[in-house]
Design a protein around this ligand. Structure first.
Ligand SMILES: Cc1cc2nc3c(=O)[nH]c(=O)nc-3n(C[C@H](O)[C@H](O)[C@H](O)COP(=O)(O)O)c2cc1C
Length: 174
């Protein structure tokens, strides 16, 4: 799929069919995450792949009971190790770059999933400590996103976007 076409046609999908996610496809999606740009190429991300129904159920509970988590055959938790970024960039790496890098990886995976015919959604509303406990993350790791994915069972319309002329300023603000 053409890159711009994938960007334009990707939607947040929250309903999934019963089909499993093909392992080779899953690896391609994870690889797309690894190809994201990161500050100083530190790549401070870890991707926890959750397929177990009971663990997905626990993640759903930690994510305000959002059904999209339990409904998907696979949930990828995108996690950051802030110290990998802090080692080079100090506080800015710890509090900002590692999160931006993981956001980049998440978007890459959403686009790759879409290009391969899967539906996915960025879920960011969760109790971070509860998710970290469910996943047994090392101390200090941040959870940036939960990404449920599977074969789409809905094709949502595009939610409205702000107009280009409302968000772009040429050269300066005024
Ligand atoms: C940081 C972030 C957090 C989000 N959290 C949630 C969430 O917790 N639950 C959910 O259903 N969608 C969540 N979304 C998806 C947005 O609602 C969605 O991207 C937005 O409405 C635009 O729709 P689209 O992705 O189809 O273009 C989140 C998206 C982002 C980027």
């Amino acid at each position: 799929m053409d890159c711009l076409q994938a960007i334009a046609s990707r939607r947040s999908v929250r309903k999934f069919g019963p089909q499993a996610v093909d392992e080779a496809d899953l690896v391609r999606i994870l690889q797309a995450g690894c190809l994201a740009p990161s500050a100083g190429n530190r790549q401070p991300w870890y991707f926890i792949v959750v397929r177990d129904a009971q663990v997905r159920r626990q993640l759903q509970a930690a994510a305000l009971e959002q059904e999209v988590i339990g409904a998907a055959p696979v949930v990828v938790a995108v996690c950051a190790d802030p110290e990998l970024s802090a080692a080079r960039y100090g506080e800015r790496g710890r509090s900002l770059y590692c999160l931006l890098d993981c956001a980049n990886a998440t978007e890459n995976m959403l686009l790759a999933a879409h290009a391969l015919g899967y539906g996915a959604c960025w879920v960011g509303a969760f109790q971070e400590r509860a998710v970290a406990a469910v996943l047994a993350l090392p101390q200090g790791f941040r959870v940036v996103a939960l990404v449920p994915l599977g074969r789409p069972a809905e094709s949502p319309p595009m939610p409205p976007r702000r107009r280009l002329e409302d968000v772009v300023r040429w050269e300066r603000w005024d």
